[in-house]
Design a protein. Sequence first.
Length: 105
Amino acid sequence: MLKTLIRCPNCKSKIPIEDARVEIPEPEKSTWRYTYYLVYTFCPSCKQNLNIKGEKKGAIFLLLLIFALMALGYYTHQKWTIVVLFGVIFLGPKITQLFIRVENA
C-alpha cells in the first residue's frame, strides 16, 4: 500500500522501486562477514535501464524531520507531536518519494 512508486520515463507505467531492483551477488568480492551485490534497476514492462536519483536526500530529510519532531516533543511536552511523529513514520515512503526522480541509464 505505502510503497515508493516510480514512473518509467519510457512507458510511463508506475512501478514500486522494490520491484524494479535486482540484486546479483558478487562472490569474488564477498567475505565471510559481508556479501557484495551488484544492484540493477530496470522497468519490468519495457526492460529499460533506469537511474534513480535522490534516495539519500529523501532519507536524510526524513531522519531530520523525525529527530526534529522528537526534540520538539521532548522540549514542549505536547501530545500532538507524538501523533505527528507516528504519522511521519507511517508515511515515510511517500515523503521520500517526493525527492526521488528517475532518469534513463
